[in-house]
Design a binder for this molecule. Structure first.
Ligand SMILES: [Zn+2]
Length: 291
């Protein structure tokens, strides 16, 4: 049975912490390096519901994509919701380890898992990591479809293959547009529009697309006659496939070392948006508005 320090060393080899963005807070949040690890739970968000799930499972280690604390804190008192998570974990001997932007940039990383969930064939990173001589690591992925399909069909596939959320998939573009290449980026991807355009992708699947960058991308496409159609999924849904990929990677390491770890993937939906009220067809006029 491995010690926590051995499991963390294996996770750090998958997602080297030094490859995280400077502003990020990755690594071990709590845990005793010498404690034995039998059971590991993977999840996107270190929220209370997930901490409770780890306790119920009898997990010794919870691995999440998002940090619990992105900035410094002066308290872990259980009167705060984050302090409550820390108390729940420590009281039940559950360690917490975070792999965030270091997992985004890895090969395979978060966007590989997203592409894999849709069975997209990856041709390379959207923004290659300059420190990778093989050019496989980096942010986002460029994918090719084996058979061209319409934007509506691609959106339907994303909705069917990603975990269900209140938001579903928002689409910008002609539903009948034929898509051959797709850029994907798990998590918030609107900082990569210029890279998506440069790559010449027909569509861009990501999350958290804000009005102005999305509007500008659409205007640019209308003006130049080319530019990506947009598919915006819930942030959590675009990153959840990584938890399955990460658990499979640790399973493989466990087999190699004879650790006999039990790995689990949280199916708790931690997308903060809980409902969606569909409005009338937006292609019709605003009711009561003058024509
Ligand atoms: Zn994220």
């Amino acid at each position: 049975m491995p010690a926590l320090s051995e499991v963390i060393a294996a996770l750090d080899a998958l997602w080297p912490p030094e490859r995280a963005e400077e502003w990020d807070a990755v690594g071990t949040v709590c845990g005793d390096p010498g404690a034995p690890v039998r059971r590991v739970l993977f999840a996107v968000d270190p929220v209370q519901e997930v901490a409770d799930e780890a306790v119920r499972l009898g997990a010794d280690l919870l691995v999440t994509h998002h940090p619990l604390y992105l900035r410094g804190t002066t308290t872990v008192a259980a009167t705060t919701f984050k302090g409550r998570v820390v108390h729940t974990l420590i009281r039940n001997s559950v360690a917490l380890h975070v792999a965030h932007t270091n997992a985004d940039r890895a090969d395979p990383g978060v966007s590989d898992a997203l592409a894999g969930a849709l069975d997209l064939r990856i041709t390379g990173p959207l923004v290659p990591d300059p420190s990778d001589p093989e050019g496989r690591r980096g942010l986002g992925r460029i994918c090719e479809l084996d058979e061209p399909e319409t934007l509506a069909d691609l959106a339907g596939r994303a909705a069917a293959r990603l975990p269900a959320t209140a938001q579903g998939i928002r689409v910008a573009g002609e539903p009948g547009r034929v898509i051959r290449t797709v850029a994907v980026c798990g998590g918030s991807g609107d900082s990569l529009f210029a890279d998506v355009r440069r790559a010449g992708a027909d569509a861009y699947l990501t999350a958290d697309l804000r009005h102005h960058p999305a509007s500008e991308a659409r205007e640019h496409a209308l003006h130049s006659g080319r530019g990506p159609a947009l598919l915006d999924a819930a942030h959590w849904a675009t990153e959840w496939p990584w938890t399955e990929q990460a658990a499979a990677q640790l399973d493989e390491i466990s087999d190699r070392h004879g650790w006999d770890l039990r790995t689990h993937v949280s199916r708790t939906v931690t997308d903060p948006w809980t409902a969606h009220a569909a409005s009338a067809d937006p292609s019709t006029d605003i009711p009561g508005a003058p024509n």
